[in-house]
Design a protein around this ligand. Structure first.
Ligand code: NAD
Ligand code: TDX
Length: 339
């Protein structure tokens, strides 16, 4: 089997590359990533010598490059993680979200359709459903009501994926997962930002009243879900992914401070994010009952392990903060591996 993973130098994509290499040693895996600010090849250093793994630098919006890649490689499966993923950035710079998340997805869909791919899997998000009040859960039949340019671009991509299944018969699945946490999470996002700021005894900026709720899932449990859907998901179906770990942001921040034995006086309530969704909560019954998915991590064990990972891997995030991580690709590869 030959698998294309796009966006595999980011947080979830890199965890998925590692998960698949370990679980399926006979699969050939190509990781295509544009190495935006969020892509970091230092994350994948340990896999460079693996003979069934190849990294290629490239942009999913580049139709010529993508067509050439698909013709050369004859992929069986495509899993698309490549995206602009940070809600705050989508508020200040929405254009790039439309380009990568919507147009890039369409380029991949065209290439998948033209090259008889066995399955195209779109990694989407619970944010496409919008926001919940105090009660209820998102199911796969909840109407899409995205509230940020990020979630709107992900919803647009989901609609295109659906249409390629209906119109062209391209075999697809869409997964919609809740907030992930775990190793290699880029430090602009809540959990790694708070862990690093707390370690450095810097202020912890909490948006609004801190009572927004997210449903947290360990990244490895997300990877297991994607693997199951890729191999066993029914054609054309959407699967929600989430582990019923609802927490307010302030609870998360206090848990981190408590674990690191730091003072709550570091917390600063700051101006709220515009359009800030109040609550996300996923109903993953379909994934559990149809495909037998069960998360491995409780939030308590997962968050402790994650905080410890940031303590043990200080160089990884220090290189991001200093900007050094972006030189790694040039030093290691030059430009030899461009498609
Ligand atoms: P990330 O920002 O850490 O990684 C994104 C990766 O995509 C980076 O390596 C980046 O270089 C690459 N990329 C960006 N634009 C590209 C382009 N035009 N061409 C090729 N590569 C490009 O994101 P993440 O948190 O790992 O999220 C991965 C996917 O999972 C996204 O599609 C996101 O919407 C989805 N998702 C994320 C979460 C979460 O909690 N992080 C939850 C649910 C779904
Ligand atoms: O400094 C902060 N302070 C704060 O209070 C940051 C960065 C965030 N927050 C709040 C906003 C959210 O309510 O914490 C919550 C989590 O924020 P993010 O880490 O930015 O994640 P979120 O906006 O929930 O989106 C994430 O989960 C769904 C990912 O970034 C998306 O890519 C994914 O689709």
């Amino acid at each position: 089997m030959k698998l294309l993973i796009t966006g595999g130098a980011g947080f979830i994509g890199s965890n998925f590359v590692r998960y698949m290499i370990n679980k399926y040693p006979s699969y050939q895996i190509v990781n295509l990533d544009a190495l935006t600010y969020a892509g970091n090849l230092e994350t994948l250093k340990d896999l460079e010598m693996n003979k069934n793994y190849k990294f290629l630098k490239g942009d999913i919006t580049d139709r010529t490059l993508i067509n050439k890649l698909f013709e050369n490689e004859k992929f069986d499966y495509v899993v698309n993680f490549a995206a602009e993923s940070h809600v705050d950035r989508s508020i200040t710079e929405p254009n790039i979200f439309v380009a990568t998340n919507i147009q890039g997805t369409q380029v991949l869909l065209d290439a998948s359709k033209d090259n008889n791919i066995k399955k195209y899997l779109q990694v989407s998000t619970d944010e496409v459903y919008g926001t919940l009040g105090e009660e209820g859960y998102f199911s796969e039949t909840t109407s899409l009501a995205p509230n940020s340019p990020y979630s709107a671009s992900k919803a647009g991509a989901d609609m295109l994926v659906r249409s390629y299944n209906e119109t062209f018969g391209l075999p697809i699945n869409i997964t919609r997962c809740s907030n992930n946490y775990g190793p290699y999470h880029f430090p602009e996002k809540l959990i790694p930002l708070m862990v690093i700021n707390a370690m450095k005894e810097k202020n912890l900026p909490v948006y609004g009243d801190g009572l927004n709720i997210r449903d947290w899932l360990h990244v490895e449990d997300h990877c297991q879900a994607i693997d199951l859907v890729l191999h066993k998901g029914r054609n054309g179906e959407v699967y929600n992914v989430g582990g019923n770990n609802e927490r307010t942001n302030i609870e998360i921040v206090k848990t981190i401070l408590n674990y690191l034995n730091k003072s709550e006086s570091l917390i600063r309530f700051v101006t709220d994010r515009p359009g800030h969704d109040r609550r996300y909560a996923i109903d993953a019954t379909k994934l559990r009952e149809e495909l037998g998915w069960e998360p491995k991590y409780t939030f308590e064990t997962g968050i402790k392990e994650t905080i410890k990972w940031y303590q043990d891997n200080q160089q990884w995030w220090e290189n991001i903060i200093s900007g050094n991580y972006q030189e790694y690709f040039e030093k290691q590869y030059g430009l030899r591996l461009e498609v």
